[in-house]
Write a protein that binds this ligand. Sequence first.
Ligand SMILES: [Zn+2]
Length: 457
Amino acid sequence: MPESTAFDSLIRGDLVLPGGVLRDGYLALAGERIAAIGAGAAAPVKGEAHDFSGRFVLAGAVDGHVHCGSDVGWDGLEGMTRAALTGGTTTAVDMPYDVPETVHSADLFRRKVEKVRALAHMDIALYGTIRKEGGLDAIPELAEAGCAAFKVSTYENSPTRFPRIAHADMRTAFRLIAETGLAVSVHNEDQELVDALIRRFRAEGKTGPEWHEPSRPPLSEWLANAEVFEIAAEAGARVHIAHSATARGFDQAAAYRAQGVRATAETCVQYLVFSNEDMVRIGAKAKVNPPIRPEPERERLWERLKAGLIAFVSTDHAPWRSEKKRAPAIFDNLSGARGIETLMLAFYSEGVAGRGLPIEAMSYYLSEAPARHFGLYPRKGALKVGSDADIVVLDPTPFVFDEAAIPDTVRSSLYHGRRFAGRIAATFVRGRKAFDGERVLVEKGFGRFVRPVSAAA
Ligand SMILES: [Zn+2]
């Protein structure tokens, strides 16, 4: 082959492809894309040949549920994307619940895109949302501006940053979103039930961490799921539960799908790794909404995943500064925890090493399925010829995770001190080595805004 047609670089290792693992395979890269996939002797390369023999080579994770602007605003993109690379996540879809304002207009959306271009270390797609009242006109213009999905909530944390959308507006919003072809993710908790239980527990002096889960019981999820699936049934929208912490949430979605409703649900990795017993031990640091459920639920979630009922697995990454997690009463602490840097290793350790799930199934739930959901596939989420060369090398050698190593301003992690069954040896973004197992090698501004190429799931 003449020099001019040689590939730019080569990555060798055990390739995790949809049909299984190709041992001693190679990916040949040209520019930012994957140009050839094979095994054995490869064509000549002009640049570096990376030998990762004996290690897994996978598509980078696509984290479909990230909040990095809820505490410090859009500047949170910088640390979040740097930390993501250390965990093998190469694309994230960032939520619109930012301070001081949600992303509820095309103008705000374009300003956030500029922030992505200035601060991100890896690629970012964005959600849009609507204001609590009077904001429905924003839906078509947000879709036009390139948002990957919409997000709304049945539960109100704040009338401005995280509002509840009333039924009449939810109904109209779902009709307008259905016309865009995009999905709408819903935060699924019932306001009336949760608020009443929190009031009762406070009055009874029940404010320890053990009262968080009972204050937001599974029923609060199931009521909200049924409500939004019914509205979707009428509106024809693609409605997606932003996080089901219970197995029954997936059964609800499947029942509605059987009736022709476009209903799906995701879970977050913390619901697959931790139990409420862990949450009570860890305290406010592990306070997330919906809550992590008591122990039997975790295995039921793995059963639903193995049955193919879970759309994909995300993190709900929300890095609150520690002063927002120090209140004596559990109800006065903010909800959310970081997790983008541990998504792949936590799933690998629990699912692949711990429960014998095929590693290609992990790649499906962390990369391909979320990329498809947001219309980013096959540019993202795939080891395919023509896809972006977003590649992760996973070394199946155990290591103990230390939160002090997280390259972000907030380093508090639920996984601190946890032994993972593997470690990330390298992360490539669009062909460039962005993490070498120790250091992040790209600067802020390397990351790009990505918009959906197709709206079909
Ligand atoms: Zn969330």
